[in-house]
Write a protein that binds this ligand. Structure first.
Ligand code: ZN
Ligand code: ZN
Length: 370
């Protein structure tokens, strides 16, 4: 079946059923004119279940919904968090929240989006728009938020059905595999640096130089910060040196090393969910330093109460960022200030990539492309 960039409803209804058989994942119309979509997706079968590539049937877009033909979707560490949960709001669940695609078809009551528009799918779906958090630009804390790849089906699929209210605009100039990691990793890294509240010349430790960390490093350098990179992997520390990290230390003794050799750091951003990494980051802080926690898991962590108090340490959680930051993050990539280290793969590789990510074996960001 020939690819068409702009599907209209008229085009769609003209596709015949025979073409559906020719391609594993395609839009098609049955002989009686009802529209249907058979697509492939990375599906988490049940809470704590396996992730596999499954055939998924989609109906036509309902009110407020659009059909998005995906161009790329990054694989995020928080996919493993979703997989680890005892309960899920939706199962089986299509994973993925770093999606870039084009609108193929729109349902009724969709405003502001048209077929052919480029759209991004992040973790943050529609929010209520009326609560104190929504009204103050902190939509990510809306108690009524929906989330792609969690309470809504996500973007690790050839075609995604999505509420238009949750989509974001993506610049045309950015290659899809470069834009995808910005939908979660880049947005989150920028938000965490904001939470750290540092001035140029101050020192920040970044713990975990994976998908988020390598972008946080580039952004921190752009902000004029001195960067100490912390990781368990020598290969990732070497990458960090090439990206301009002033100090690189292995994670195991990072707290002591940063204190003894460098006098501590003004803020430490922990991009992994490891409790040991959180404790090392805490130890690395100067007095009045800020600990920013970003990497998520079901783990608990212990920190010393006395040191927190007498050293005046601030401990902050950082989740995504304000929606208004996303255009700025995309623009940094358009201007070459940040360059995601994307490694492209096919959808069929997604389950294996998740396992590699669990082992900490992935450099940069694994991105599925279509
Ligand atoms: Zn994510
Ligand atoms: Zn709200």
């Amino acid at each position: 079946m020939p690819r068409q960039t702009h599907w209209s409803k008229m085009h769609w209804s003209k596709i015949d059923a025979i073409s559906c058989l020719a391609e594993a994942s395609t839009l098609c119309a049955t002989l009686d004119g009802m529209r249907s979509i058979h697509t492939q997706a990375a599906v988490l079968a049940k809470p704590r279940g396996p992730v596999a590539i499954e055939s998924v049937y989609l109906g036509e877009p309902g009110p407020g919904e659009v059909l998005v033909r995906m161009e790329a979707c990054g694989i995020c560490h928080s996919e493993l968090y979703v997989q680890s949960l005892e309960k899920l709001p939706l199962a089986p669940l299509t994973l993925g929240h770093e999606g870039i695609g084009r609108i193929e078809a729109i349902g009724p009551e969709v405003n502001g989006w048209a077929p052919g528009d480029r759209a991004g799918i992040t973790f943050l779906g529609p929010t209520c728009g009326a609560c104190e958090w929504c009204l103050s630009g902190r939509e990510r804390f809306c108690p009524k938020q929906a989330n792609f790849g969690y309470s809504l089906h996500g973007a690790l699929t050839n075609y995604a059905m999505a509420p238009a209210a949750g989509l974001v605009r993506v610049p045309e100039q950015l290659p899809a595999d470069q834009a995808a990691p910005l939908c979660c990793a880049g947005w989150t890294a920028w938000g965490a640096l904001g939470e750290a509240g540092l001035q140029p010349g101050q020192a920040v430790a970044l713990s975990g130089l994976g998908g988020l960390g390598h972008l946080a490093l580039q952004m921190a350098r752009h902000r004029g910060l001195r960067v100490a990179a912390v990781d368990v992997s020598e290969a990732k520390l070497e990458m960090a040196r090439q990206e301009g990290a002033e100090i690189t230390v292995l994670a195991e003794s990072a707290g002591r090393a940063l204190q003894k050799q460098h006098g501590g750091v003004d803020a430490a951003i922990v991009l992994t969910p490891s409790p040991a990494a959180i404790q090392q980051a805490f130890r690395s802080l100067k007095r009045n330093g800020t600990l920013v926690l970003v990497g998520i898991s079901v783990n608990q962590y212990d920190l010393p109460l006395v040191d927190t108090i007498v050293k005046g340490i601030s401990i902050r959680g950082s989740y995504l960022g304000p929606r208004r930051d996303l255009p700025e993050v995309f623009d940094m990539a358009v201007r070459g200030i940040i360059r995601p280290h994307s490694h492209t793969h096919t959808l069929q590789e997604a389950p294996g990539l998740l396992e590699q990510m669990r082992r900490g074996d992935l450099m940069g960001r694994a991105v599925i492309t279509w």
